[in-house]
Design a protein around this ligand. Structure first.
Ligand code: UFG
Length: 335
């Protein structure tokens, strides 16, 4: 596994799908800083080649299974980290085919190509959306999976496939269930750059910037203190750090596992809007409207498992700071 690098340590090769995208690009940066050799594969459908500044990029679509297998054979990765996916809850309700193809079928292609070439370690970008409307808040990893939208289902199916691949082929994986990822690289090199910008914080910042006339609040009749939905917002660099810890844990312990990644407390949509207005100093127009289909009322992580097992120690648990890094990126975007 790997070969000796100039520091005398083992240089690991990581194949990372979706590395030109928002979260993947931040993970590539951390991996490269820690001395990993990274090959990014991305179809650039929502990613940006400018975001791949710390690894090599191959433009490939995960539906091209033969090509994937060839790349894996050639690069010989020690592990695969899989970020490439479609990620919008509302779109998944309108267009489930896209989600089952991109998220479920394409992941199966990738896993098959790995097994064909003897690659046995896999880090999977899962989501809090697999829980649906949880029975208990905060949500623990052993809560039942009852996704309420095709996006959540497309990822929950992969988690089922992973269990079977572990039993049948000895694939060892870690599935990371992300809560609401936000913010940007505090060094300003990377951030979210997505044409449609449907996520709350990005949408609010673009409204503050004048790119949209107003921000819509989707639903004010949720069973929450102010009637708007509550989410656990986690800074993308804390999330990225957890990936490195998960990878190291997996390579060392060779044991499959699942971890939630969030801070364990939430903010309502109204609270987020207030903080965006305070951080930007801009009082943009807001309009209350109906609920968005597929949205659960409250998602808050219990991440004590990631803290105790992976020694994850998040640094940026401060929504004002998260929004500030995203605002800084929005004002000084490289791509
Ligand atoms: N919202 C608005 N107005 C907007 C955008 C969003 O009111 O313009 C609301 C949404 O209805 C929701 C909340 O803000 O209640 C957060 O919405 P986002 O679109 O920012 O994020 P989601 O919670 O829908 O989804 C995100 C990721 C998923 C992940 C989920 C886990 O996109 O991949 O977080 O919590 F599964």
């Amino acid at each position: 596994m790997g070969y000796v690098n100039w520091k005398g340590g083992l240089l690991m090769r990581i194949l990372l799908t979706g590395g030109a995208g928002y979260i993947g690009s931040h993970v590539v940066k951390l991996l490269a800083k820690k001395g990993y050799e990274v090959l990014v594969i991305d179809n650039l459908s929502t990613g940006h080649k400018e975001a791949v500044i710390y690894g090599k990029l191959e433009v490939v679509d995960l539906k091209e299974k033969e090509k994937l297998s060839e790349l894996i054979k050639e690069f010989k990765p020690d592990a695969v980290m899989h970020f490439a996916a479609s990620i919008e809850v509302e779109e998944s309700v309108r267009n489930p085919t896209k989600y089952y193809r991109n998220n479920t079928v394409n992941t199966l292609n990738l896993l098959e190509a790995m097994i064909e070439n003897g690659v046995k370690f896999f880090i999977f970008s899962s989501t809090a959306a697999v829980y649906g409307i949880p029975e208990e808040i905060p949500i623990r990893e052993d809560a039942s999976l009852r996704p309420i939208n095709p996006y959540g289902k497309s990822k929950a199916f992969v988690e089922e496939i992973l269990k079977d691949f572990d039993s049948a082929y000895g694939l060892k994986y870690i599935s990371l269930r992300y809560f609401n990822v936000a913010g940007a690289d505090p060094e300003g090199e990377l951030g979210q750059s997505y044409k449609k910008a449907t996520h709350l914080i990005t949408r609010a910042l673009k409204t503050a910037k004048g790119e949209f006339d107003k921000l819509y609040i989707f639903g004010t009749d949720y069973p929450t203190p102010d009637g708007t939905a509550i989410r656990d917002y986690i800074h993308v660099m804390d999330l990225a750090e957890a990936h490195i810890l998960a990878l190291e844990y997996l390579l060392e312990n060779k044991k499959s596992d699942i971890f939630n990644l969030g801070y364990g407390h939430g903010y309502s949509v109204r609270e987020v809007v207030d903080i965006v207005k305070r951080v930007t100093g801009i009082d943009f127009p807001v309009e209350e409207t109906a609920r968005r289909p597929g949205d659960p009322p409250v998602l808050i992580a219990d991440s004590s498992k990631a803290k105790s097992v992976l020694n994850w120690n998040p640094k940026y648990d401060n929504l004002g700071f998260i929004i500030k890094t995203a605002w800084n990126w929005e004002l000084n975007r490289r791509y």
